[in-house]
Design a protein around this ligand. Sequence first.
Ligand code: SF4
Ligand code: SF4
Length: 166
Amino acid sequence: MSQLVCQRCGKCCNDLVQQDRGVLRGLSLLPEETHLFPEELVKPYLGIGKRPHMDKFQTIAYQLSSDPCPHLVDNSCNRYDERPTSCRQFPFSLDLDEENEPLLGVDMNCPAAVELINNTDGLLEFTDRDDAERLLELKRRVLENPRRAWVYDLATMKWVRFDKMG
Ligand code: SF4
Ligand code: SF4
């Protein structure tokens, strides 16, 4: 089975802040990963509740507002062994298909992914699938109730209700 060999090109650590359906968003972080970055660079990302700032509102994910990542030094990650889940799963990711089943995606901007696919024997080893499942679970929670799911926009620093996004 072929395994991805990272070429340490640093491409996945740049252009982290991007537009997504009218909202500016950065690298996704699980709640227990926020300590990996300076506090001032960490913002909320996904929330669940009737309205933000109400008592029962729960922030279920955070995001890095900086681009490039502050841990990128000479195209290498200086916290590679403890990098967050979003980085660990890259260039793979899981999304949901029309039947709500997991769908594997590969980011072809990654040269290691291109090399792997060109040289593969047909079987890709997705070693960090458990990590990707955790991020997928967040997407499931949002899609289950889009009228109570919120996304934090880095452009306005305000929450936008998921079903109102562009
Ligand atoms: S883009 Fe791919 S090869 Fe480059 S650092 Fe990221 S994972 Fe490694
Ligand atoms: S934590 Fe490391 S792997 Fe992740 S974006 Fe930053 S430099 Fe890249």
